[in-house]
Design a protein around this ligand. Structure first.
Ligand SMILES: Nc1nc2c(ncn2[C@@H]2O[C@H](COP(=O)(O)OP(=O)(O)O)[C@@H](O)[C@H]2O)c(=O)[nH]1
Ligand SMILES: [Mg+2]
Length: 454
């Protein structure tokens, strides 16, 4: 994405019919355009009901116009917001009329995320906050909304900035010592320096934990139900979803394709995938389904491996193959279903497995808790922000540099320069979260994922 200076226009509301549809224009000076549109000036920040006419003077709509004067606007530029009636053809006409009249000032249709990009470039929000706007709109649960709202408010950015500041203090300490080599050893024995380094590490860990939770809240968890046919995978999906999403029969091989259902466990979004039971089959469709089961396993965050007392599980062989197929960071949960069929009930199920009955609901709450625990959910939504893979990657890289700076600190002599360098690298990675130190091409990539009008 090029950062361009021309005024931009977009429909800000969702496509389709609605009571109101909003068109937003942002540019460095919109007074001329406002004159041309309404033949009058607008009082800033006052809603004014006006007739909008086409080239021939025919009315198009009655609009409520609000004019925000730079820099007191979302983008930091002049913004004209037109609240029209919400019909797709009507909005298109209003857009065309604006483009016609805005030709002189170079008005063009906005690219995805361009309003937010301008807000960012004009220092109205930082990058993490801009991302939070997109996340707020895309939020998949109430908890995710609250998390994104906290990030938008700047809670996450504040924590990142605090940490960056903490590292700056430490760097000042290190670099001032560098000028006086004879004091180097003293520095390393300096309790203040050690204390600061350990404070940085603690803060970084807290930030990392928060971001992990935040990523779960934003992206949800890919939970894949796996096992031989007839152990009750589809039944468990239905129980978790609270409705009949998948067909359940006593016939092995009923589920022949992946079924995906998004549910929430305590506000945490889960994308549960019910799969075709794993077995040898000569049925072509079922074989394709089984192939897809393995694909789902490859991209899972958590695999629930189901067995049942009345179903042959090919010994431990199948479990072994599943264990080999799961990605490195994927957790796996062994669950025994149909414990209602066991004479001794749940007590006679294997000790290390979670015993449930998809039919009676027994053990399902405990399973949900275990699922949350296994995916690393901290058990509370309080204060959780939303975050992205990008944030976690930055934090992880910073953590590597902090770990290395600790090693250099422990090495004693002649390591101060290396220590300073590692601290500076850690800071660079953290700075990319809020965008302070982000290369331009990455910036373009981030904003191009936004939708138009944002
Ligand atoms: N008694 C009992 N039967 C169950 C339970 N869960 C599933 N079943 C039955 O087991 C059969 C296979 O279930 P289904 O969910 O289709 O298994 P899938 O092939 O693994 O998806 C059906 O007849 C279900 O009614 C359970 O907890 N207890
Ligand atoms: Mg099934």
């Amino acid at each position: 994405m090029v950062t361009r200076k021309i005024p931009i226009i977009a429909i800000a509301t969702a496509p389709g019919k609605a009571g109101v549809g909003i068109i937003r224009i942002s540019g460095q000076n919109l007074t001329g355009l406002i004159q041309a549109l309404f033949e009058k000036n607008l009082q800033p920040r006052q809603a004014t009901l006006l007739a909008l006419r086409d080239k021939l003077g025919q009315p198009i709509d009655q609009v409520l116009a609000i004019y925000f004067v730079a820099p007191a606007s979302f983008t930091g530029e002049d913004i004209l917001e037109l609240q029209c009636h919400g019909g797709p053809h009507l909005l298109e006409l209003v857009m065309q009329r604006c483009l016609e009249l805005g030709k002189d000032i170079g008005l063009e249709i906005a690219e995805p995320g361009e309003f937010s990009l301008r807000a960012y470039l004009n220092n109205k929000i930082d990058l993490a906050q801009a991302e939070a706007i997109a996340d707020l709109i895309d939020a998949q649960s109430e908890a995710a909304v609250r998390g994104a709202a906290r990030s938008l408010q700047g809670n996450f950015s504040d924590d990142v900035n605090d940490l960056v500041e903490e590292i700056t203090q430490l760097r000042i300490l290190v670099e001032s010592t560098l000028d006086f080599p004879e004091e180097e050893i003293e520095f390393l024995e300096n309790a203040l320096a050690r204390e600061r380094l350990s404070a940085v590490k603690t803060k970084l860990l807290t930030l990392q934990n928060g971001a992990r939770q935040g990523k779960i809240l934003r992206d949800g968890i890919q939970l894949v139900l796996v096992g031989p046919p007839n152990v009750g995978k589809s039944s468990l999906l239905n129980t978790l979803a609270g409705e009949e999403v998948a067909i359940v029969t006593a016939i092995a091989g009923t589920t022949r394709d992946r079924i995906k259902e998004s549910i929430q466990i305590e506000g945490v979004p889960m994308h549960v995938i019910d799969t075709a039971g794993l077995r040898q089959t000569s049925d072509e469709v079922e074989a394709k389904g089984i192939e897809r089961t393995w694909e789902a396993i490859h991209s899972a965050d958590l695999v629930v491996f189901l067995s049942a007392p009345n179903v042959d599980s090919e010994g431990n062989d199948l479990k072994k193959r599943v264990l080999e197929a799961v990605p490195p960071k994927c957790a796996i949960l062994e669950v025994v279903n149909k414990v209602d069929l066991l004479e001794g009930g749940a007590n006679s199920a294997p000790k290390d497995a979670i015993a449930i009955s998809a039919k009676t609901g027994q053990g399902v709450d405990a399973l949900k808790q275990e699922i949350l625990k296994r995916v690393g959910w901290g058990g509370t939504q309080e204060g959780v922000i939303v975050s992205r893979r990008r944030h976690l990657d930055c934090i992880e890289k910073a953590a590597e540099h902090i770990a290395r700076s600790e090693q250099f600190a422990a090495n004693g002599n002649n390591s101060l320069e290396l220590l300073a360098e590692e601290l500076s690298l850690a800071q660079n990675h953290l700075g990319q979260i809020t965008g302070r130190l982000l290369p331009d091409d990455l910036l373009g990539m981030i904003f191009s994922q936004f939708c138009i009008g944002k």
